[in-house]
Design a protein around this ligand. Structure first.
Ligand code: 4UU
Length: 539
């Protein structure tokens, strides 16, 4: 067991609103908090806080009680910050929904989380309306931020001019957010994160990520995912930096926005690093304002990190974390050029780590100085950023968090004598496609519903750029076996899945097999499937 090499910090008993917006002086209030990338429209901290307070007041006046759950299905626009922090300010719990989700996926999350309100934007209204109906959310509680007939708009709520409510809850136990994650296995589950979890994580980040007031931070990573939520929407605002929002990733827009807005920090996931390293458009763009590119959410290759650093003339760093840890647990400090870019750096303050051999259950030995990394083992985390559990799923909670607080990450890591951790493999079944979670169990259920499929398993394999993509192994039904053309082929399998899941969850490779390897208890032996393809074994 190892504590962080950094000194512990005190975690105050504040709400997230109190921490972020409790103490701004006039100079801070006049600073720009948010810039809408496409239009360049600016929102000051003063305006943002006024909107957050008004929205909290309106929600309370319209019946939102402390602890009520509110869905947010919205891309990165400045109003996301108002809605998110307004809901938390009123004592509500925000369940942020992936904007790519199908109507059924949205409905499952809203129902699972028990949401009684939903905020969305008019282009997403068809799926939002259908999902809200399934989840029993009435039309007057489906707020369409930019307005739509039959629904309140954000403007309507702000025009109530209601004073923010006096709310009373314990930040240590009150749920601030319920993002969804499939964790180590199965379908997505509500991750219960308290105000204390989020407050702790932004303060932990502050010790190791040197973002400053004058920084201009590109916010293209979705706020609905924990990385964008904590690191951008919470941490960058705590630092009084300016967030430049982009509703979707498009390379030309991305490069244009960085150049126009003179962004200094880019928080990205590895597929964007691939584009930055390789795409010809990058050579034509003015990226001279960029000081730091910070990658997370999936493994960053060392050569890729070097290529980006050289091409942009900036520092490339990496962070690691998961929804269940609010999310950040490890970061490469900006000034430490001696630290390997393919590592995840050091544990944050107040964060304890173990690397445990999954076979023996024993902690691996940390080698002495100069002896290289330890043997690999599962990374376990304990700290104030660890979730309180999965919503309505005691079994998954018990499987993931030990009684004494250690959280199983499902990732395989090594550690060296200096306390530098490196993720070398994944024990859990989760797939990361462009940094998004893809749960094999979800895709396997969709595949098994096909009348011509007898059995199926899905794993992640690397594409030509080294990025992970979902691949299905499929066993045809007996009557179809051996037939070609008439029955099941790769395209029809991919199309079947594509019609039923969000775009990032599509199966992108298919291989027909005679049998899915399984253990005696019926668990899919994913390692055996990975081993079928030698060059994929190291993912
Ligand atoms: C190898 O993706 C996230 C959180 C991302 C994040 C957090 C803090 C990025 C930067 C940062 O500073 O959360 P989830 O829940 O969607 O996915 C978690 C999983 C991890 O368990 C691991 O398998 O995503 C993978 N992962 C990484 N893998 C996340 N970051 C890394 C990484 N290297 N740097």
């Amino acid at each position: 067991m190892a504590r962080s090499t950094l000194p512990d910090i005190e975690i105050p008993g504040q709400t997230l609103y109190e921490l972020l917006f409790g103490e701004l002086d006039d100079a801070d209030l006049d600073r720009v908090a948010l810039i809408d990338g496409p239009s360049g429209d600016e929102t000051t901290y003063r305006a943002l806080i006024a909107q957050i307070d008004s929205l909290a007041g309106a929600l309370a006046a319209r019946g939102l009680a402390v602890g009520d759950r509110v869905g947010i299905l919205c891309p990165n626009i400045p109003a996301f910050a108002t809605v998110f922090h307004g809901v938390l300010r009123a004592g509500g719990t925000a369940t942020t929904v992936n904007t790519l989700y199908t109507r059924d996926e949205i409905a499952a999350q809203l129902s699972g989380a028990g949401a009684s309100w939903l905020f969305t934007i008019s282009p997403l209204l068809p799926q939002a309306e259908a999902a809200a109906a399934d989840a029993g959310i009435p039309a007057d509680r489906l707020v369409v931020i930019d307005g739509a007939p039959g629904h309140p708009s954000l403007r309507d709520l702000l025009f109530d001019r209601a004073a923010p409510p006096e709310v009373d809850f314990d930040p240590a136990t009150h749920l601030a957010v319920l993002p969804y994650s499939s964790g180590t296995t199965g379908h997505p589950k509500g991750v219960m994160l308290t105000h204390r979890n989020l407050v702790a994580n932004v303060l932990q980040c502050e010790q190791i990520i040197p973002l400053e007031r004058d920084d201009r931070v590109l916010a293209v990573l979705p706020f609905f995912h924990i990385y964008g939520m904590s690191v951008l929407l919470d941490f960058a605002l705590l630092k009084r930096a300016a967030l430049v929002t982009m509703p979707r990733f498009d390379l030309a827009d991305f490069l244009g926005t960085v150049a126009t807005q003179r962004c200094t920090w880019l928080f990205i996931a590895p597929p964007i690093a691939v584009a930055l390293a390789k795409h010809p458009l990058v050579a034509e763009s003015d990226l001279s304002s960029v000081k730091v590119v910070f990658s997370g959410a999936a493994p960053l290759d060392r050569a890729l990190a070097t290529a980006v650093a050289e091409r942009l003339g900036c520092t490339v760093c990496q962070g690691y974390g998961m929804t269940e840890t609010s999310p950040v647990t490890h970061v490469i400090p900006v000034g430490r050029d001696d630290v390997d870019r393919s590592s995840i750096g050091f544990a944050l303050p107040n964060t304890e780590c173990r690397v445990v051999d999954p076979e023996s259950g024993r902690d691996v030995k940390v080698p002495r100085r100069g002896r290289g990394p330890s043997a690999p083992g599962e990374l376990l985390i304990r700290g104030p950023q660890v979730m309180s559990g999965y919503l309505h799923d005691d079994e998954a909670t018990a499987r993931t968090i030990e009684p004494d607080g250690w959280l199983h990450t499902g990732d395989i890591a090594t550690v060296d004598s200096a306390g530098v951790y490196t993720i070398v493999d994944r024990l859990k079944e989760l797939i990361k496609y462009k940094g998004y979670q893809v749960a094999p169990a979800v895709l396997e259920a969709v595949l098994l519903a096909h009348p011509l499929i007898a059995d199926a398993a899905v794993i992640g394999v690397p594409d030509d750029d080294g990025q992970e993509v979902p691949k299905a192994f499929v066993v045809r039904r007996a009557q179809d076996a051996g037939t070609t053309g008439t029955g099941l082929d790769e395209e029809s399998v991919m199309a079947w899945v594509a019609e039923r899941v969000a775009p990032h969850e599509k199966v992108r490779l298919v291989e027909f097999v005679d049998l899915i390897p399984k253990s005696s208890s019926g668990k899919i032996l994913r390692k055996d499937l990975r081993a079928r393809r030698g060059r994929h074994a190291a993912l």
